[in-house]
Write a protein that binds this ligand. Structure first.
Ligand code: TYC
Length: 105
């Protein structure tokens, strides 16, 4: 005896595909100043942005020479958190080190 129950055929609306919006991306920008020691900038970049020493050195030197350098690109929350962490790391040492964020086009 097969007591198999057959599920009733229910009329459903055609599946509507939900496609979440692609989130905007934000650049984290390192700003040059005349006071923060180069080595400290490199240490902060390595610690917060998981860069190698060579990468951090390159970014620090670009900011030093040109006034600013894009460090990395993230979603808004992550970019703002990392910019704040970097800026606060400088403030704790009394340095004017500053990171900003800027939305990509
Ligand atoms: N200009 C600083 C100095 O000569 C070093 C420095 C580089 C500071 C990059 C900030 O984003 C910066 N000590």
């Amino acid at each position: 005896m097969s007591e198999t129950t057959v599920p009733p055929k229910v009329q459903t609306a055609p599946e509507t595909k939900v496609r979440p919006e692609r989130p905007h991306l934000y650049k984290v920008i390192l700003l040059n100043d005349d006071y923060t020691p180069r080595e400290f900038v490199v240490t902060v970049l390595m610690g917060i942005f998981r860069m190698t020493e060579a990468e951090a050195l390159g970014v620090m030197l670009t900011a030093h020479r040109r006034g600013a350098c894009v460090v990395a690109v993230f979603t808004r929350e992550v970019a703002e958190m990392k910019a704040q962490q970097g800026t606060e790391a400088g403030q704790r040492k009394g340095y004017p080190l500053a990171f900003t964020t800027e939305r990509e086009d």
